[in-house]
Design a protein. Structure first.
Length: 164
C-alpha cells in the first residue's frame, strides 16, 4: 500500500494534491447559502477530493464515475454529509439520547443512520460530534452530547460504561 501511495503522490501535480484536500458543496442538502459551481469540470481536472451535501444515489454514482473515468489519475471522491441525528430517519438531537444514558439506544440510532447513509453512497459522516458544550451561546450545542466529558464517547461496544 505504501508503494502504491508513494507512486501516486509522485504522479500528482501540486494542484491535484491541493484538490484532494478540497471538498465542495453539492447542493442537495446544504446547511448554508453557498453551493459550488463548475463542479464537473473541477473533478475532471483533479481539483476536488470530495463532495459534501450530495445525497441522491444516482447523482453520487454519476459524479463518482466522472472522477474515476474522466480525471487524469482516476482517484475516487469521498462523499460527506451531516448525519448528526439521523439521515433518512430523524432521531432526537444528540442531547436527548445522551440525557437518557441509554447506551444501547444511542448505539441503535447511530447504526440506523450509518446504514441509511452508506446505502445512499455517503462514506464520510460528521457524527458523532464529540465537542463538549460548555457555553450555551455556541450555536451548535444541540449537535453534541452535552457537557459531561464522561458521557461523550466513553462507552464500550456492549453499551457499558468505561470506568475512570
Amino acid at each position: 500500500m505504501n508503494a502504491f501511495i508513494n507512486q501516486l503522490m509522485a504522479k500528482m501535480s501540486v494542484d491535484e494534491k491541493i484538490g484532494q484536500l478540497n471538498p465542495v458543496t453539492g447542493g442537495e442538502a446544504t446547511t448554508g447559502a453557498v453551493v459550488s459551481t463548475n463542479v464537473e469540470a473541477k473533478i475532471k481536472k483533479g481539483e476536488i477530493g470530495g463532495i459534501f451535501s450530495l445525497t441522491t444515489p444516482a447523482k453520487i454514482r454519476r459524479t463518482q464515475e466522472i472522477a474515476v473515468n474522466s480525471s487524469r489519475l482516476h482517484i475516487p471522491l469521498i462523499f460527506g454529509q451531516d448525519v448528526i441525528h439521523g439521515y433518512k430517519t430523524a432521531f432526537p438531537i444528540p442531547l436527548a439520547p445522551a440525557a437518557s444514558w441509554d447506551m444501547s439506544l444511542i448505539k441503535r440510532t447511530a447504526r440506523v443512520a450509518a446504514t441509511e447513509a452508506s446505502a445512499d453512497g455517503i462514506n464520510w459522516t460528521f457524527s458523532p460530534m464529540v465537542d463538549i458544550a460548555r457555553d450555551p451561546r455556541w450555536g451548535r450545542v444541540a449537535e453534541g452530547n452535552g457537557e459531561d466529558p464522561y458521557g461523550i464517547g466513553n462507552s464500550k461496544s456492549d453499551g457499558t460504561r468505561v470506568s475512570r
